[in-house]
Write a protein that binds this ligand. Structure first.
Ligand SMILES: Cc1ncc(C[n+]2csc(CCOP(=O)(O)OP(=O)(O)O)c2C)c(N)n1
Ligand SMILES: [Mg+2]
Length: 305
């Protein structure tokens, strides 16, 4: 097992499915190094087109890197829309597409050179993920918040009908939880024992206009999900070992009659000092000078696209 970089600078992983019980060996690269490169990609992508969402993307980099490189049983080299016999991931907070695209590219779904097409007219890497362009790795169009859990529940139910034992994972923003549809879906999943789903909430306490507590306080999120019938875990979204442990724990709790949710504490803008802990970078691109400052804080590990 291992990762090599081909002449097109695509990371090739010479195994098909990663067994979740046997985390991937990453060749010469650690997950920490992958995270650093993904954060560089995010900054370069949004700076190039002067648009996009760096804050939430940087905050979810550690989680998505562990998820895609160590946890999910997936087959990037032969992407199938139906995802039969594979774990599925749905990004419900679609505005953090830069982190998803970078992780998908490094994981081998498409050439990493394609990251340079982010948010350009007609490309496969639209500002919010879409399905009509056929980008491998994307199975749902998101950006209109609140819809991902409903779709994921449908996929999870179809896995049960097909006797497919793989799991369905979702990611949601905390501000996104203010959408009523999320709670309709949450109620449905618990009532129907959709216990093959693991959702994660990016609890960065920020949304587009400021602090969650200033815009629309949501009280105790863990208690809310519990009250809706979910099995709840909490984790630090920047501690790779905690992410590994809690994802494994979440997996061990599937199949027991309840859907599972992980409340993941993160810092918006994590990794770039002037972006951290403020909603200012929710959906703003840095200037070229600001980007230089950011990149100076993020080691180039796998090579820039
Ligand atoms: C249905 C819907 N309403 C409003 C928006 C505009 N919008 C985009 S991101 C966002 C804030 C979401 O907050 P959160 O989920 O916490 O994401 P974060 O700012 O932490 O990345 C809003 C309101 C949207 N995309 N979809
Ligand atoms: Mg948020």
């Amino acid at each position: 097992m291992g990762i090599t970089i081909s002449s097109e600078s695509v990371i090739n992983i010479d195994f098909d499915l990663i067994s979740p019980t046997n985390p991937a060996t990453m060749g010469n690269y650690t997950t920490e190094q992958i995270c650093s490169q993904v954060r560089r990609d995010i900054i370069r992508m949004v700076t190039d087109v002067q648009s996009g969402h760096p804050g939430g993307s940087l905050g979810c980099t550690d989680f998505l890197s562990v998820l895609f490189f160590e946890t999910l049983a997936i087959n990037p080299s032969a992407f199938k829309m139906d995802g039969k016999e594979e774990d599925l991931f749905f990004l419900s907070n679609g505005h953090i597409s830069p982190v998803l695209y970078s992780v998908l590219a490094h994981r081998g779904y498409f050439p990493k050179s394609e990251l340079s097409t982010f948010r350009k007219l007609g490309t496969r890497l639209q500002g919010h993920p879409c399905t009509d362009k056929g980008l491998p790795g994307v199975r749902i169009a998101t950006g209109s918040l609140g819809q991902g859990l409903s779709v994921a529940i449908g996929a999870a139910l179809s896995k049960k009908l097909n006797e497919d034992s793989k799991l369905v994972y979702t990611l949601h923003g905390d501000g996104e939880l203010q959408e009523g549809q999320v709670w309709e879906a949450a109620m449905y999943a618990a009532a129907n024992k959709v216990d093959n789903i693991i959702s994660t909430v990016d609890y960065n306490h920020k949304q587009i206009d400021g602090d969650i507590d200033d815009v629309l306080p949501m009280g105790n999120l863990a208690q809310k999900w519990q009250a809706f019938g979910w099995d709840v875990l909490e984790m630090n979204g920047h501690d790779l070992n905690d992410i590994r442990t809690k994802l494994a724990e979440a997996k061990s709790r599937t199949g027991k009659g309840k859907p599972v949710v992980i409340i993941m504490t993160t810092i918006m803008g994590k990794g770039v000092d002037y972006m951290m802990g403020t909603h200012k970078w929710h959906g703003s691109a840095p200037s070229k000078e600001q980007a230089e400052k950011a990149l100076a804080q993020l080691e180039e590990t796998l090579g820039d696209y």
